[in-house]
Design a protein around this ligand. Sequence first.
Ligand SMILES: [Zn+2]
Ligand SMILES: [Zn+2]
Length: 101
Amino acid sequence: MGGAGLGLRERSPRPRVDAPRPLDGTGVDQGGGRIRCPRCRWQPGREDRWSCECGHTWNTFDTHGVCPVCGHAWTKTQCPRCLEWSRHDDWYEHGGPGGDA
Ligand SMILES: [Zn+2]
Ligand SMILES: [Zn+2]
């Protein structure tokens, strides 16, 4: 019988490391007031942007509807999903300190 001494080394495959990536802070529910469209209940994310008449784009909920460049205060905010304009204050879901559901 033929000699089988080829000396083949068995290579062990590299272990696949599928470490779960830590979330980048997105999708973190901040306890308290939520923001959502009063019409269609769409909730804006951190990467959503609104554009001011001055051309600046930013997340309008970071500044409560005030453009950080020209200082224009937007009392109404348009929903990018249903395209309806709603009062900026109406976007904030008021939980209320008493938790009245
Ligand atoms: Zn909407
Ligand atoms: Zn502006």
